[in-house]
Design a protein. Structure first.
Length: 612
């Protein structure tokens, strides 16, 4: 048998693969604020390089299309050129032999529709639209627009208290975001071009671990204005609005329906992920300000809302989305079946269920489902299963949460859609019956499941927790006069409640269930707009500035991840699962920051970008 060798072509492909991985990282790190027309041009040129040359529409059409789009990008086109561009793209899409041609054209056409205003601006105004400018990625993608490079630099210098107050300039919950934020700030981190995104959340965790928020004095408050602001709901959005309103000098009263503050941070996140004493550090830091009064166990109905609106100068409604959705299944009302949200609410006040020896099934594929499953393990369940009708890669839960649940012994049962709940003679659930699914066409950005031609499965269960979403209790506020769309309270772009003066609304009750940091961002915007409504334009001094930037360390370096207690230990209790980062680790991680607030677009704009 003759010997085989690697052909020169295979060696060339191997070299190309390495280059493509580098190119992929650059695409993944595309900065926010890019001009869509220039981005489409780059995409077309890359697609043109991929053509095999067999079919004319792809071989000749894509370069011709790219040439026409370049004229638009350089503001040398008119309205008739846009019609020609569309016609050419449609021809390429409809007549190309393979996906390299037709997908490139289809993606371009979708982009042309999505960014029609930007194409019009290039043609009619001869420039990009007003919102097109590169931004510091981590700041721009943080809903609260925290000065991330600034607090990273402060941590590197050993000023953890300064880092806490740098975060507080835009976000009064540094500890919450250090422990449970989904860290969207890391998505486009430019460090990804070199190696991997900086562990921004980990650096913040180091700061609050070494400078607890209730030990760091808050920034100075402005002089009292005599204005009174009411906040309905003591969750992340409401308390953020209360914090900034008090800093501006307004007197704030928070009306909280439960026994304690924190909203879904306390009543929706288990203590092993966010220990209650750590949450209380943030809350004590907020309540350290003067003129914040809290009325606990004070639900607000329509009549009370009318009284509050009459008595206060402005009102911010931030009631969140704290009621679990249910499913229309036979047996859903059986004993042992409950909402996942209701279970997590119980443990928020320390009322832990006893699942010793019980079989628990959790329906859903989001973070709440993972929280419930991992909680059930800690409450003594003998078996815990997560039942989800899609694939694992389609789950909305963070991959880290899914992996942690699996490590703790949770069984993941994918592509199983609930059919019914079996109930015994005493009215107790005994099993969840499911219909196997197969994945099908993409709808709404995700492949949709359809029934597979296989027999139903029976999952024995003594407890079934339904984690399929959350609803908003909007009825009392609609009765008061606020409007709602599909249960969400409506507001304009400035968070002013539709048709009402002096009433603002934001967070989950306005957007639908989202993340803590998005609620915090809404509370910050509401405070600013309430201040403007009351006739002021206060500025706030965080009492700290970012250190001068040092030259970049561009050597490829591995990312430091937050270590966790072993699964065999942590699944036995509700103590925090994450360990502290060492000084050596955090210094290395801080050293990877490229200080985009100073280099690149930060220098171009004369320093840190300011946000409203």
């Amino acid at each position: 048998m003759s010997r085989l060798s690697i052909s020169p072509q295979s060696a060339a492909d191997a070299k190309l693969e390495s280059y493509l991985l580098d190119f992929q990282r650059r695409v993944e790190t595309a900065p926010p604020g890019m001009c869509p027309v220039h981005l489409h041009l780059t995409m077309l040129e890359s697609s043109g390089a991929q053509t095999c040359g067999k079919c004319v529409p792809c071989r000749d059409g894509i370069p011709a299309l790219a040439q026409k789009v370049r004229c638009v990008a350089e503001c040398r086109a008119d309205a008739s050129d846009l019609d020609d561009i569309r016609a050419l793209a449609e021809m390429i899409r409809d007549t190309s032999d393979c996906a390299i041609g037709y997908n490139a054209a289809e993606a371009f056409l979708q982009g042309m529709d999505t960014f029609a205003d930007e194409y019009a601006s290039h043609v009619e105004r001869g420039c990009c639209g007003p919102r097109i400018e590169q931004k510091v990625p981590c700041e721009a993608l943080c809903p609260a627009h925290v000065n991330v490079p600034g607090y990273i630099a402060l941590v590197a210098e050993g000023d953890n208290a300064g880092a806490v107050n740098m975060v507080r300039k835009d976000n009064p919950f540094p500890t919450a975001c250090a422990l449970v934020c989904e860290h969207p700030c890391e998505i486009r981190c430019r460090r990804r071009i070199i190696d991997a995104p900086i562990n921004i959340r980990g650096i913040k965790k180091y700061a609050v671990d070494n400078a607890p928020c209730d030990t760091v004095p808050t920034p100075p408050q402005n002089v009292p204005t005599g204005k009174r602001v009411a906040v309905i709901g003591g969750g992340p959005g409401g308390m953020t609005c209360a914090y900034f309103s008090a800093l501006m000098g307004h007197s704030v009263t928070v009306f909280e329906g439960r026994k304690q503050l924190g909203g879904m941070m306390r009543y929706g996140i288990p203590a092993y992920r966010f220990p209650r004493e750590r949450l209380d550090e943030d809350i004590r830091g907020i309540l350290a300000l003067r003129d914040i009064e809290v009325e606990y166990e004070h639900p607000v109905d329509a009549a009370e809302m009318r009284r509050i609106a009459d008595e206060f100068d402005a009102v911010f409604v931030a009631i969140g989305a704290q009621v679990g959705k249910t499913l229309d299944l036979p047996g859903i009302d059986a004993q042992g079946v409950s909402s996942a949200v209701a279970m997590l609410e119980r443990i928020g006040d320390g009322d832990y269920p006893d699942y010793t020896g019980k079989r628990v099934a959790v329906i859903g594929g989001g973070n709440v489902a993972m929280d419930c499953a991992r909680t059930a393990v800690r409450c003594g369940a003998s078996e815990v299963s997560v039942v989800y009708r899609r694939r694992r890669e389609d789950m909305t839960a963070l991959e880290a949460e899914v992996e942690a649940a699996a490590n703790e012994g949770v069984e993941l049962m994918m592509l199983e859609a609930p059919l019914e709940i079996e109930v015994d003679a005493q009215g107790r659930c005994t099993a969840l019956v499911t219909q196997p699914q197969m994945i099908s066409l993409v709808r709404g950005g995700r492949p949709a499941p359809v029934n597979a031609n296989r027999p139903a499965n029976r999952i024995e269960a003594d407890v079934i927790l339904v984690a399929v979403g959350q609803d908003i209790v909007s009825a009392p506020f609609e009765e008061f006069g606020m409007t709602a769309n599909r249960g969400r309270l409506t507001a304009d772009e400035f968070l002013v409640a539709t048709g009402l003066e002096g009433v603002f609304v934001g967070g989950d009750c306005q957007t639908g269930p989202a993340t803590i940091i998005k609620a915090i961002g809404a509370g910050k915007v509401a405070a600013r707009n309430i201040d403007h409504y009351l006739g002021y334009n206060h500025t706030l001094d965080p009492g700290v500035t970012a250190p001068e930037a040092k030259p970049n360390d561009r050597r490829p370096t591995g990312r430091v991840n937050i270590a966790e207690r072993p699964a065999r230990e942590r699944k036995r209790d509700f103590e925090g699962v994450e360990l502290e980062i060492s000084r050596e680790e955090v210094l290395q991680e801080c050293g990877r920051c490229l200080r985009c607030d100073h280099f690149g677009c930060g220098t171009q704009k004369g320093g840190r970008i300011q946000y409203v």
